[in-house]
Design a protein around this ligand. Structure first.
Ligand SMILES: Nc1ncnc2c1ncn2[C@@H]1O[C@H](COP(=O)(O)OP(=O)(O)OP(=O)(O)O)[C@@H](O)[C@H]1O
Ligand SMILES: Nc1nc2c(ncn2[C@@H]2O[C@H](COP(=O)(O)O)[C@@H](O)[C@H]2O)c(=O)[nH]1
Length: 213
């Protein structure tokens, strides 16, 4: 079924009615383990999930592929896309632009797969204003100290970008405690336990997709 997007008078992105599995929003501080968990989920459930490939103006990390991990772009091109109404949401994070295009979500939903979106807390707020109606999951680290260690060990950040990410993490950790923001908050201390918890929450949607095959 075709998705029909429109922007209402208040600028809110609305979509036409369609059937299919509910999308999943994974959010939480940078370094909490979202990518680790979602990559495993997709590998273990082939043909069930599809990743909503975001746009970003940050540079690719070693091993990241354009069109698979992100659509790597420039500020000018991304701003033009935003001005043309091509994005569901966009945000500035740690000195770069990030955003979910309508096409990214549509591509996954056209295949009747569970669409997974990995977005920051600003993205969560914008998606809540849309009609996407996803399951909202926050992945949180056990502590700021452990988060900092994970980010340092990952070796992807400069000291400046690391500090920006830690600052954003403090805000994210506070907001995730607010009732009603997330359907569930998973503390990713032990990876196996966090993964089991994630699978349990998504079990109903996973079964729906598997049974529809
Ligand atoms: N439970 C865990 N225990 C120890 N290390 C972990 C755990 N979960 C993830 N990690 C490691 O922490 C680092 C950050 O994880 P990951 O890149 O998945 O985070 P992220 O939330 O996707 O970050 P970003 O938002 O910046 O993309 C990675 O090196 C990953 O291997
Ligand atoms: N609002 C959005 N946030 C996004 C999107 N894609 C990723 N992100 C978030 O950005 C940070 C940093 O990601 P990184 O890959 O540079 O480490 C992280 O919190 C992601 O969740 C998006 O489309 N919109």
């Amino acid at each position: 079924m075709q998705l029909i997007w429109r922007t209402d008078d208040s600028g809110t992105v609305r979509k036409g009615t369609m059937s299919g599995p509910r999308p999943v929003v994974l959010s939480g501080p940078s370094g909490a383990g979202k990518s680790t968990l979602l990559k495993r989920l997709m590998k273990d459930h082939e043909g069930v999930f599809g990743f909503s490939v975001s746009h970003t103006t940050r540079s690719p990390r070693p091993g990241e592929e354009d069109g698979k991990d992100y659509h790597f772009t420039t500020r000018e091109a991304m701003q033009e896309g935003i001005n043309n109404g091509e994005f569901i949401e966009n945000a500035e994070f740690s000195g770069n632009m990030y955003g979910t295009s309508k096409a990214a979500v549509e591509n996954v939903r056209a295949k009747n797969l569970i669409c997974i979106l990995d977005v920051d807390i600003q993205g969560v707020k914008r998606i809540k204003e849309s009609d996407l109606d996803p399951i909202y999951i926050s992945i949180q680290p056990p502590s700021m100290e452990i988060l900092e260690k994970r980010l340092r060990d990952r070796q992807t950040e400069t000291e400046e970008s690391l500090q920006k990410r830690l600052e954003a993490a403090r805000i994210d950790m506070e907001l995730s405690k607010e009732p009603g923001v997330f359907d569930i908050v998973i503390i990713n201390d032990d990876l196996e336990k966090a993964y089991e918890e994630l699978k349990k929450i998504l079990n109903e949607e996973i079964t729906k997709v598997q049974e529809a095959k």
